[in-house]
Design a protein around this ligand. Structure first.
Ligand SMILES: *Cc1c(COP(=O)(O)O)cnc(C)c1O
Length: 369
């Protein structure tokens, strides 16, 4: 069996050690004689799995006691609706558009209530070049009465990232920041207390698809409009330990294995170090190609997780994808909305995979440049 280098944006590569452990435990979890997939979510075994997963996640991210961790379903996309349903409470919220995902979050929130566009870095021109930077504070028109300020802290399609909390916009006093961290959660330590609510679909940097993590400050719960579905109400979910109905047990189990793996690697400071190294390698392969490969994003907000780049023409991009697949790579085709190439360098992608891709890129540009 050969595992190829999988650069897919999501569902994405998982740590090989985790897949092997899941394989070893698949038929008989811990000597119980049944798969974790086959057990009641209310039984003692799964309870142990979800509680350990939460404890390890809290430790990895240093989540303060006054935040709840929820293991939900519906993807980040359902959170585009659940966030305003829970937090708006008749008020208005501010959205900053820095790419496709924050734009979608804004549109979806507008179906629920009042969602203002407080700023956008979209520029006319090629769709791939539409979002290439973060907004300056003086470009934002922030509402001091907003229920929250929504950001997507890593734009998976455009490769634009808020690389630290120091880069976040200054929100007005008492306006909590809500962050879609789907594609970079756990890639580095995060100051959780800078956010009121964080959400993330698991299939980028955590686990298989089906699981959505929500980390929410307690005082932001319990303000939902009376008529929202109970499944979408953070307070009800928190009171029921994310088990108001059957949770996505296998994805939670896999997330738990990944959290253990992250701790064994040395935790998030170590992952951040490796992630910086991987991204530096790939950006160097782009920037040192005499213009054969190009990435338009401003250097101070180039994503460490999702790196989109272009070749001189679409024919060469198609040939690059074809040749990369023949050479043992997968998932390098850019998102269909913007085209080009995209390499996603999540935690589970080893440095050796990025080194192999950089070598392939140099060879390809030598032959086609
Ligand atoms: C993938 C992605 C989404 C959509 O996630 P689903 O789980 O498919 O709903 C939303 N936001 C970001 C930043 C993403 O990367």
């Amino acid at each position: 069996m050969t595992r190829i280098w999988n650069f897919s944006a999501g569902p994405a590569t998982l740590p090989e050690a985790v897949l092997r452990q899941a394989q070893a435990e698949l038929l008989d979890w811990h000597g119980v004689g049944a798969s974790i997939m086959e057990m009641s979510h209310r039984g003692q075994y799964f309870t142990e799995v979800i509680q350990t997963a939460e404890a390890n996640l809290r430790e990895l991210l240093a989540i303060p006691q006054n935040y709840k961790v929820l293991f939900l379903q519906g993807g980040a996309t359902l959170q585009f609706s659940a966030v305003p349903m829970n937090l708006l409470n008749g008020r208005s919220a501010d959205y900053v558009a820095t790419g496709t995902w924050s734009k979608k979050a804004h549109q979806e929130a507008g179906r629920i209530g009042k969602a203002r566009l407080a700023g956008s870095t979209e520029q006319a021109g090629q769709p791939a070049d539409g979002f290439i930077r973060l907004p300056r504070q003086d470009e934002l028109n922030l509402d001091p009465q907003a229920a929250y300020l929504h950001l997507c802290t890593n734009e998976t399609i455009h490769g634009v990232e808020f690389l630290s909390e120091a880069r976040l916009p200054q929100a007005p006093a008492n306006v909590p920041i809500v962050a879609d961290m789907s594609s970079h959660i756990l890639s580095r330590p995060v100051e959780i207390s800078r956010y009121g609510l964080i959400y993330a679909g698991a299939q980028k940097n955590i686990a298989p698809s089906g699981l959505t993590l929500v980390i929410v400050r307690e005082d932001l719960m319990g303000h939902a409009a009376m008529n929202i579905p109970r499944l979408l109400d953070y307070k009800t979910q928190a009171e029921n330990d994310s088990m108001l109905n059957t949770p996505t047990t296998f994805a939670i189990y896999m997330a738990g294995l990944v959290f253990q793996w992250l701790k064994a690697q040395g935790g998030l400071p170590r992952m951040a170090e490796i992630n910086r190294k991987k991204a530096a390698l790939l950006y160097a392969a782009i920037d040192n190609s005499q213009g054969f490969y190009t990435n338009p994003v401003a250097p101070e907000c180039r994503s460490l997780m999702n790196i989109p780049f272009r070749l001189p023409c679409v024919e060469q991009e198609a040939e690059f994808v074809r040749a990369s697949e023949a050479a043992g790579f997968m998932g390098l085709k850019g998102h269909k909305s913007v085209g080009g190439i995209r390499a996603s360098l999540y935690n589970a992608m080893p440095l050796a995979g990025v080194e192999a891709l950089a070598r392939f890129m140099r060879e390809f540009s030598r032959q086609h440049g």
